[in-house]
Ligand binder design. Structure first.
Ligand code: ZN
Length: 239
C-alpha cells in the first residue's frame, strides 16, 4: 500500500464538514441529516470532474453490505453500490463508508491488483466498525461526516448518561442506525457503557466505552495481583 497517497480520514471528513457547515449553517442537523448520496455525487463531480461517482445504486451483493466499483473506461467512472434490503439508516452509513473509499483510496483501489474492479466491504468492516487499514479509515471518515462530534457532544455531553430514547433521537437526527449512533457515542462518553448486540438470546459481539474498558482492565489487574487467572466474562451493562 502506498503511504504517500494515503489521506487522513478525519482531516478529510473535517474539511467536508466545515464546508457543509458553511453552506447549510452550523444548525443544519436541526433540519436534516447529511444527504450522503447527493453529497457523494456532487462532491466527486467537483473534485474529479473526469472521474466522478456517476451513480449510487442498490444491488444484490451477497456477503457484502457495500462496494465502490469502477468501469473499464478511462478516465474511470465510479459507482457506489449498497446491498439490497438495508434500512435507510444502515444505507446511509454504508454509502458514507464507500464515499470515504472514493475520497481517500480511489487511486490505491485502481492501482492495486488486489482490488479487481473495485472494493467490496462486508458487515464486519461497515456495521461493526471492526475493520483495519483502509476499512478502518473509511469507518472513521463516515462516522465523522455523518455524526460530527461538535454537534453530537452538544446533544449528549460526555458525562451524561444515555438511554435508548436519547440515542434513538440522535439516530434520527443523523439519519443512521441505532447501532452506528451508539458506536459513535461510545467513542467519547466518559460513562461506563457497553453495547451488546444479540440475536435470540445469543450475544454476537460487544463494544465497551473507553471508561468501561479502563475499569475492566483495573479489575483484571487486581485479580492477577491476587494470584488468580482472570476468567472469561460474558458482557454486561454498566452505567
Ligand atoms: Zn470498505
Amino acid at each position: 500500500m502506498s503511504e504517500r497517497i494515503r489521506l487522513q480520514p478525519l482531516k478529510e471528513a473535517a474539511r467536508i464538514t466545515q464546508m457543509l457547515d458553511l453552506v447549510l449553517g452550523a444548525d443544519r442537523f436541526d433540519r436534516a441529516p447529511v444527504d450522503v448520496i447527493g453529497l457523494a455525487l456532487e462532491y466527486s463531480r467537483q473534485v474529479a470532474p473526469d472521474s466522478p461517482i456517476h451513480e449510487v445504486v442498490e444491488r444484490n451483493i451477497p456477503g457484502c453490505v457495500g462496494a465502490l466499483v469502477y468501469g473499464e473506461a478511462r478516465p474511470r467512472q465510479w459507482a457506489i453500490m449498497y446491498h439490497a434490503g438495508q434500512s435507510d439508516g444502515r444505507r446511509s452509513f454504508t454509502v458514507g463508508h464507500e464515499f470515504a473509499h472514493y475520497v481517500l483510496h480511489r487511486q490505491l483501489i485502481e492501482e492495486d491488483g488486489r482490488y479487481d474492479g473495485g472494493i467490496y466491504c462486508d458487515e464486519n468492516a461497515v456495521v461493526r466498525r471492526d475493520g483495519s487499514g483502509i476499512e478502518q479509515d473509511a469507518d472513521e471518515f463516515a462516522a465523522a461526516l455523518l455524526m460530527p462530534f461538535h454537534d453530537f457532544r452538544r446533544q449528549l455531553p460526555a458525562k451524561a448518561r444515555a438511554d435508548f430514547e436519547a440515542l434513538g433521537r440522535l439516530a434520527k437526527r443523523y439519519g443512521v442506525s441505532l447501532t452506528a449512533t451508539i458506536l459513535r457515542w461510545l467513542e467519547y462518553t466518559e460513562t461506563r457503557a457497553i453495547m451488546v448486540v444479540s440475536n435470540e438470546g445469543f450475544a454476537h459481539w460487544a463494544k465497551p466505552s473507553k471508561a468501561a474498558l479502563r475499569s475492566q482492565k483495573r479489575k483484571h489487574a487486581t485479580r492477577s495481583q491476587a494470584g488468580r487467572c482472570p476468567r472469561q466474562r460474558s458482557p454486561s451493562s454498566g452505567s
